[in-house]
Structure formats: C-alpha cells, structure tokens
Write a protein that binds this ligand. Structure first.
Ligand SMILES: Cc1ncc(COP(=O)(O)O)c(C=O)c1O
Length: 392
C-alpha cells in the first residue's frame, strides 16, 4: 500500500469511540413501523410533552425581529443572567453570569468538560450503569473510563468503592444525579463522600444534572455547592428534559477558572455558540415559573407508578426510580442476556426497550423502559407484554 493510501484513516483518538445500540434499536423500530406494525415504544429518551408555548413564541419573535445574527459564543448576557439567577435560587450555587456558558445541549457541555479536564492517558471514574455517550466522551478525550458499580457502592460505601477503582492516573469523576438509566438520586451525604474523595485525591468532578427537575423521592442536590467544590466541579445542564426542548439543542455549563477558559475555547472552536433564536427561546424557558416543573413532575410520577406496577405484576421486577423518567427492571423473565431480551420483546411483543448492557457491564440483566410516553401507551405496552409473557 502506498504512503498516500495509508493516510486514508481516521485520527487514532476516534479508534475507541463507538456508536451505541440505541441507534440500531431506533432504526429497527422505524423499519417495523414503516411496514405497518404497531410498536410500543419505551426506548426513547425525551419528554413526550410538547415544547411550552412561551418558548416557541420566543423563538418565533426572534426570527421575525431578525435576531438571527451571531450572538456572543459564550451566550447572550440576559440569558446568562437568567441562568445565574436560577442557579443561585434553585441550585443554591454562589455564582454570577460570568461563570455560565451556553452549550448546544447537555451533550456539548459534557464534551467540552471532558476535553478540558482529561489528558491522553488519564482515567475518569464513572458510576455505572451510566448514560451511554459518557464512555465515548471519555475515550474521545483519549482517557479511560473506570466503572464504579453504583448499586454496590451505595450499599457498601461510596468512598470504599471509589478507593477500589481509582488509579494513580485518575483525574476526574463523572457524577450524574438523577441518573440515566436507573433513576438513582444521590443523597446529600453521598455527594459529601464523593466531594471528600475528590478533594483528598485532587480530582475534578464533572457533574451532570440533566434531570434535576425530575426527582420524586428525596431532593436534588448540586455537588458544586459543597465547601471547596466550586473550584473543582464543572456542572452541566440542559433545557432538553426540563422544558421539552430536545430538538432545540441548548444547555449550559457552570464552572470557575481555569475551566472557564478551557470551556470557552472548546465552545468557540466546536460550535461558536448556540443559535441566536434558540437563545431567545431559552430565555423564555428560564423565565417560566417553577410551578411549571411541579405540574410536569406529577404527570411523570403517575406514569412511573403505572409502569412500575405493570412490570412488577408481569415478573419484570423493578423498584420505583427516585428520579429521571426511566425504569430499569430485571430482564431475567425474558432472557438473562439483555440484548437477547430486547430482541425477543421487539420481535414477539412489539415492545421496544434498551438493553441494560448498553449502559455498561453493570447494566447487564436489565432493560431500560422510558415512561415519558402517554399513559395509554403504557397501558397498551403492558397489555402486549402480558399477552407475550402469558403465552410463554
Ligand atoms: C444523563 C444525561 N445527561 C445529558 C444528556 C444530554 O441531553 P441533551 O444533549 O439532549 O441536552 C442526556 C440526554 O439523554 C442524559 O440522559
């Protein structure tokens, strides 16, 4: 092979970056539906509510008023001010607008955070099961994820678990609460343990609070508010889940120096900021009263309870999750191997779920169901499962 041809390859840092199972499942569901089949979809990861009207009008008005030029790549001043106000009042963070940067969704904030913190060869502790892209965000920064089993860490001690999995190359901890996929909401005491470990080992915490508004049991607690943590925490947020804005692609990060400089660089050279009309839409979202979240939470709670009860009656054992909008039952009733279980349920009951193993080895033996779907879809899905499991 000539020298020229051998250069037709991707950069090495993409070698370990993968695509997830979720895309394949989505494609299979689309193919079934295109063939006229009814599929009970529990595989999604977005709110089923529509985007609030003030948000839509905010964007429309921006377009009509020609607010379509470049905004500052860090985000518009009034929006960063509104976000800082929310962080002070809801999250109890002592921050100002200069510590807030707008991102293209939570994913972009996480990408920027890992790029800022990890050098090639660094390790990052990741509670597992974890949101699938995290592994790839770590490997894409040429780091190595060290998986810490969440449930056993919670049962036997967070500090001991972190001690056990940390290496001399460990530089960061990914801390997601409420968690996707298992709905775990870490307590304040658990946050204190993680924070104490981070300080003792001089680690940076990348805190992902994408589901902060979806907590049914306990309360949401931002780890950056603990003493000595503001300077070693980069917290990422998204408007995707709280305001049904998944397709608008907007979120934000909050941090101190030196992270702010790094995050600004990554944002500048990756996207040069969030689209200007989207930022006006986001400003309307940030101005909505908090009772909007409370009303939605109740809707989610009803769906959670309906799905948890239905699954348990069918032998798909699960606990009611404390947060987010996913249930993570055991797959054994269908098949121990979660990928096989997903294939069986999709082929025979037309029920679409995600294999637990897609969220790391610690998720094997489980299925992820989203209850961010209309109530009647939950009922129809449970019926379809009953018919299949009843005939097994
Ligand atoms: C745990 C977690 N963090 C972050 C995100 C980022 O979402 P987005 O990029 O849509 O804002 C998601 C989306 O599913 C998530 O589940």
């Amino acid at each position: 092979m000539s020298a020229k041809l051998s250069s037709l390859r991707l950069s090495k840092r993409l070698d370990e970056v993968r695509f997830s199972d979720i895309v394949q499942i989505r494609n299979k569901v689309m193919a079934l539906r295109a063939g006229g089949e009814v599929v009970h979809g529990f595989h999604g990861g977005e709110p089923f509510f529509t985007t609030p009207l003030p948000v839509k009008y905010g964007m429309m008005q921006a377009l009509v008023e020609d607010k379509t030029r470049y905004a500052p790549s860090s985000g518009m001043e009034p929006l960063r001010e509104a976000i800082a106000h929310k962080l002070r009042t809801f999250n109890r963070m002592d921050v100002n607008a200069d510590q807030v940067l707008l991102t293209v969704g939570g994913s972009h904030g996480l990408y920027a955070a890992f790029q800022c913190v990890l050098d090639p060869g660094d390790d990052a502790l990741v509670f597992s099961p974890y949101w699938t892209p995290i592994r790839d965000l770590v490997t894409g920064a040429q780091g190595r994820p060290l998986l810490v089993p969440t449930i056993s860490a919670r049962n036997h001690g967070i500090t001991d678990a972190l001690e056990r999995y940390a290496t001399p190359h460990t530089r960061a901890i990914y801390y997601n609460t409420p968690q996707n996929p298992n709905g775990v909401v870490f307590t304040r005491q658990e946050a204190e343990e993680v924070a104490a470990f981070a300080k003792k080992r001089d680690l940076i915490v990348i805190a992902d609070e994408a589901y902060e508004d979806l907590v049914y049991e306990g309360e949401h607690f931002s780890i950056a508010t603990l003493p000595g943590m503001a300077e070693r925490t980069i917290t990422t947020y998204t408007l995707s889940k709280s305001f049904s804005m998944t397709g608008l692609r907007v979120g934000y990060v909050v941090a101190c120096e030196p992270w702010m400089t790094g995050l600004r660089k990554i944002i500048l050279y990756s996207t040069n900021g969030v689209s200007t009309p989207t930022q006006w839409a986001a400003l309307e979202a940030m101005r909505m009263p908090r009772k909007f979240q409370a009303a939605r939470l109740e809707e989610y709670r009803q769906r959670r309870d309906l799905l948890v009860q239905g699954l348990n009656e069918l032998g798909l054992e699960c606990m009611p999750p404390a947060g987010a909008f996913y249930v993570f039952p055991k797959s054994a009733k269908v098949h121990k191997d979660s990928r096989k279980a997903v294939g069986i349920l999709l082929d025979r009951a037309h029920v679409a779920t995600i294999p637990g193993v897609a969220f790391g080895a610690q998720g094997e033996g489980h299925l992820r169901f989203s209850y961010s779907v209309p109530t009647e879809n939950i009922e129809a899905g449970i019926d379809a499962l009953r018919k299949y499991l009843g005939h097994k």
